[in-house]
Design a protein around this ligand. Structure first.
Ligand SMILES: *Cc1c(COP(=O)(O)O)cnc(C)c1O
Length: 366
């Protein structure tokens, strides 16, 4: 039975008997082995690749793990209103968990830059949605200012309860594999999640649940890569809207995760991201939103450089959000498009490419 991350990992989280648990049964997401993707990456012979598919959370992204705790703690302290800035998924999660708790929710979004699925979620869950004339970084500044001077609870990942909840994904990976992987790859935007995973892996090792920690491999989009370039980016640009962030709030946490783990943070172009996005969906049947393809593209780049050497190793990849969040991008990127035909047998057969079908039929005839 899915009980949600607070009940599953209570001993590792800052909750007491007095904390009202606001949950949508988040977490417990699948860890899917991906041999066909490993072959596409060019590491099929020696790397086992596992996808932590966070798109399977209740609102379709990992943000639910942090939000169940942030909203539970907000209710515990008597808050009535929560607020966040968002590239989309934080607002979807905040709106859903606030609705479940009976709290009011205000979200600030960069105008015109939020994927359709995410926007629809914030609206249908009843949040007050404001589209600001600026990017995520400006929106977060406004939220920090307003929540600092009003009795409104901030639920962005600068809220430490968000990080605490999100670290449970690392616990689940270790619980499933029996130990930590050799490498953990993930997209990096505001950098809360890489901070959270690293915290989770370290805590599990300290608790004796894992014998080691993985090398953390973070990937940013080339047009929004402040951690790689070493300075904030004033107008970040990438089609991966979830990581279109120029000045990550958890900058120090990301650098610590990289350096303490012996890992790296690198960047990939939008072209590489889109190629990996389509490859993931077509080789493994796993549909994740574009930001999730950044680590996939990053692994391919590292493999081409010989980064992984020849020793067998295990790599886990966080797919942070579901592909259905951004249907426009999928339709624009897919190698195929819908074709219209008359509703007759001949028209349907004439329109089909039978070249893939005939060899199979020939084999059957033998
Ligand atoms: C929020 C988000 C990210 C970035 O996570 P950070 O904690 O901001 O680094 C990546 N992918 C998706 C789908 C997201 O929703």
């Amino acid at each position: 039975m899915r009980k949600g991350i607070i009940e599953n990992y209570r001993a590792f989280l800052p909750v007491t008997e007095a904390t009202p648990v606001v949950s949508l049964a988040e977490g417990d997401t699948p860890l899917i082995e991906a041999p066909r993707l490993a072959a596409w990456l060019g590491v099929g012979a020696q790397l086992r690749v596992f996808l932590k598919f966070e798109g399977m959370n209740p609102t379709g992204s990992f943000k639910d793990r942090g939000m169940t705790l942030a909203i539970s703690k907000a209710v515990e302290k008597g808050a009535r209103v929560v607020m966040c800035a968002s590239t989309g998924n934080t607002s979807a999660a905040a709106a859903a968990y606030a609705a479940r708790a009976g709290l009011a929710c205000v979200v600030l979004l960069p105008r015109g830059e939020v994927a359709l699925g995410k926007l629809s979620q914030a609206l249908i869950h009843g949040a007050q949605v404001l589209g600001v004339d600026g990017g995520f970084d400006e929106a977060l500044c406004l939220v920090r200012e307003i929540t600092g001077s009003h009795p409104v609870e901030l639920v962005n990942s600068v809220n430490p309860f968000r990080i605490e909840g999100q670290k449970t994904a690392a616990f689940e990976i270790v619980d499933t594999l029996g130990d930590a992987p050799d490498y953990h790859a993930m997209p990096v935007g505001n950098a809360g999640n890489i901070t959270a995973y690293w915290k989770g892996y370290k805590e599990y090792q300290s608790a004796g649940r894992a014998t080691r920690t993985p090398r953390m491999l973070g990937f940013q989009a080339a047009g929004a890569a402040p951690l790689v370039d070493g300075a904030p980016v004033l107008s970040p640009k990438t089609i991966a809207t979830a990581i279109r962030i120029g000045n990550p709030a958890s900058w120090a946490g990301a650098i610590a995760a990289r350096d303490e783990s012996g890992g790296l943070i690198d960047k990939v172009t939008d072209e590489q991201i889109l190629e990996a996005y389509a490859a993931l969906a077509s080789t493994e049947g796993v549909f994740a939103e574009p930001a999730c393809a950044a680590p996939v593209a990053g692994l391919k780049m590292l493999a081409a450089r010989g980064f992984f050497g020849d020793a067998p190793a295990t790599v886990t990849v966080t797919l942070t959000g579901h592909g259905l969040k951004d249907p426009d991008r999928a339709i624009a990127t897919a190698a195929t498009a819908i074709r219209e035909v008359a509703s007759t047998r001949d028209a349907v057969l004439a329109a089909l490419d039978m070249s893939e079908i005939q060899p199979a039929a020939a084999v059957m005839a033998l």
